[in-house]
Write a protein that binds this ligand. Structure first.
Ligand code: SAJ
Length: 417
């Protein structure tokens, strides 16, 4: 590979765009590719179509220096990084159609000796699937040079950055590079070493795929433990947060925090890829998913039980994002809870408070009994206050001024204990 490789990043989302920007600011010539023309136009203007700290300055700098541009079409390049969605389907298996579409864009551009990196979170075998699709379209290429055919290097390098800290963690996190061949892994390692200060470990592709899924499952299982404790504590009439705080004084115990459920596009999704790969064996991982997925329903039941005692209940629902201090509403349990309360209590008025958004998501906007309000407005008129996300403004709110004692408070995050 040349000192200044041309890198095409396919998919300019939460992972692809930051990766493109970081590569461009570390010496690569980067072309970002996206099916969405508005995203392509925004990037070419040096703008970022979503909120992520420090990303804007990096993208605008790279674009103005001429190191980053975006296009709808896949160009010729030395390296292709695929960072497209891999959503899960009704049956909990992964939808690989975006990977397939990326492969179909890349295949005609290959000249031989390129490196193709799959960064999307993937079920075991997805990297091999991507390679098979490329090779089916290009029988003149091979992974090992057999028959005198030109080489194609294919690896999986899962992203592991935390939304909200992407620009820091891209540089500082350790990386796992799983190659379909050792040479492919080494090439990818050399590329990531241009910007990654963490340790870069090489392995085979399927182990790398599993490592990413296992990390998120580990967290899911541990959150499920905390969520199960919160349900048990409710039955026993004890304060789960005090219980966890006390237990965590043990030197080898570190229980996570319960909440209204697990959201986001990673932890609530990835464990299913393990379950669908080994349905008989993945018993704990499946149960953890079920425990966490049941939590929003339990919160709805608590709110509805309190509200049914009132004639025209007014409910303040605090938070819609999937975790604190971000504007990301994807797979958010809070959002699901508000929609379900609105459906179960058509006579109720629900004031949702989400300081990080300007308008309600469509499915809530369409419900006549849900409005978006400020914290003060919502709580002032409320009989019931349900805290769903521990955003800083809620943590720091003056509880006396909000007169919480006069209202029924259901605090799913333990902020107002
Ligand atoms: N949550 C709890 N209790 C806790 C911790 C989290 O209820 O004690 C909930 C949050 O409220 C949220 C969900 O879990 O709804 C997930 O939040 P998170 O902050 O744990 O993780 P994500 O989804 O933002 O990012 C995760 C990270 N994975 C791990 O920490 C193992 C990140 O490093 C990954 O890159 C990311 O998934 C991903 O893209 O896979």
């Amino acid at each position: 590979m040349t000192d200044s490789p041309t890198v095409a990043v396919i998919g300019l989302g939460y992972i692809g765009l930051p990766t493109a920007a970081v590569l461009a600011t570390h010496g690569a010539d980067v072309i970002g590719v996206d099916v969405n023309a508005a995203t392509v136009d925004a990037v070419n203007r040096g703008e970022v179509p979503f909120v992520e700290p420090d990303l804007s300055v990096s993208v605008s700098g790279a674009v103005s220096q001429g190191r980053l541009r975006a296009d709808i079409a896949t160009p010729e390049a030395d390296v292709y990084i695929v960072a497209v969605p891999t959503p899960f389907q009704e049956d909990h298996t992964a939808d690989l159609s975006y990977i397939d579409a990326a492969a179909d864009g890349i295949a005609p551009r290959l000249r031989g000796d390129e490196l193709v990196i799959l960064e999307s979170t993937s079920p075991p075998g997805a990297t091999r699937h991507l390679a098979d699709r490329l090779l089916a379209a290009r029988p003149d290429l091979s992974l090992d040079g057999t028959g005198g055919r030109a080489l194609l290097h294919v690896v999986h390098c899962p992203e592991r950055v935390l939304p909200g800290r992407v620009m820091v963690e891209l540089i500082t996190n350790d990386r796992i590079v799983g190659g379909l061949t050792p040479e492919a892994a080494q090439r990818a390692k050399d590329l990531y070493a241009t910007f990654c200060q963490g340790e870069i470990m090489t392995t085979d592709a399927v182990t790398a795929e599993m490592a990413k899924l296992v990390e998120n499952s580990y967290r899911d299982v541990n959150i499920a433990f905390a969520n199960e404790l919160s349900v048990i504590s409710g039955t026993l009439g004890i304060d789960v947060w005090e219980l966890i705080e006390l237990a965590n004084h043990h030197p080898r115990v570190n229980i996570l925090q319960p909440g209204p459920g697990v959201g986001g596009h990673c932890i609530a999704v990835d464990p299913w890829f393990i379950v669908s790969s080994a349905p008989e064996e993945a018993r704990l991982i499946r149960t953890a998913r079920e425990v966490n997925d049941a939590k929003p329903g339990l919160v709805v039941d608590r709110v509805v039980a309190k509200a049914r005692r009132l004639r025209e209940p007014r409910i303040a629902a605090l938070g819609l994002a999937f975790k604190p201090d971000i504007d990301d509403l994807r797979e958010s349990p809070a959002r699901q809870i508000v929609a379900r309360i609105a459906d179960e209590l058509p006579e109720a008025r629900i004031a949702a408070v989400e300081p990080n958004i300007e308008r309600l998501p469509d499915e809530l906007e369409q419900r006549e009994n849900v409005t978006l309000e400020t914290l003060d407005e919502a709580v002032r008129g409320a009989d019931i206050v349900v805290l769903l996300v521990d955003h800083t403004p809620f943590r720091e709110a003056d509880r006396r001024r909000l007169r919480l004692r006069e209202r029924v408070v259901i605090d799913t995050r333990g902020v107002w204990r």
